[in-house]
Design a binder for this molecule. Sequence first.
Ligand SMILES: C[S@@+](CC[C@H](N)C(=O)[O-])C[C@H]1O[C@@H](n2cnc3c(N)ncnc32)[C@H](O)[C@@H]1O
Length: 216
Amino acid sequence: MAGSHRAFILRHTRLRPVPGVDEVRLHLADEVLPLWHAVQLETGDPDAPLPYWAFAWAGGLAIARYLLEEPQTVAGLRVFDVGSGSGLCAIAALRAGASEATSADIDEIAVAAVQLNARANGRRVAVVRRDVLDEDPPDVDVILAGDCWYEAGLAERVQPWLRRAHDQGIQVVIGDPGRRYLPTDEVLERATYDVRTTTELEDLALKQGRVYVLRS
Ligand SMILES: C[S@@+](CC[C@H](N)C(=O)[O-])C[C@H]1O[C@@H](n2cnc3c(N)ncnc32)[C@H](O)[C@@H]1O
């Protein structure tokens, strides 16, 4: 299955530098709906999730930019990228000097995409394909959460999980472009970037991506 997912990703994406994070190359798509349809056919699942993994989302773009500009955030540290999609945040963390990176996503094609993208950047990312939000936070130094506040169900679960991690001494770094479900009173802004995304996903191709930590 993993091999066929890899072939599927290679067929439907193009390896290219990420706009604004040119140090990282990802297998990216241009159009979301035809690809979503192809995923439904590939998996035989009419309810297959949107191919998040084929795009660099505004929240992840902000985290990636931040880590490359502020590498001390992750240098020498163990990083966990939750809701990893393409793996952009994990790969940027390794480029910034993280000692190891693990990514977690519930989408089986995302897991294959992370592996392909890591390899395209000469890096190794460990991948976890399960919902970790009912588990204890992992034994790591930093958790990256890029663009996980776009729907209420996920936001309501990821926020307390990150809070638990924070309370256990794990550094939490959030990237978000102003999604509706981010509780802004619980976070402290660290940086803002203009990030180039696509009107396939967003109302505007240029968004403001913000990087936050959790308020103590
Ligand atoms: C908008 S994408 C962001 C991807 C990446 N972090 C970025 O910024 O480019 C959100 C990702 O969260 C994943 N996701 C949704 N629910 C999840 C859960 N319970 N555990 C882990 N990942 C989840 C989705 O499959 C998707 O890949």
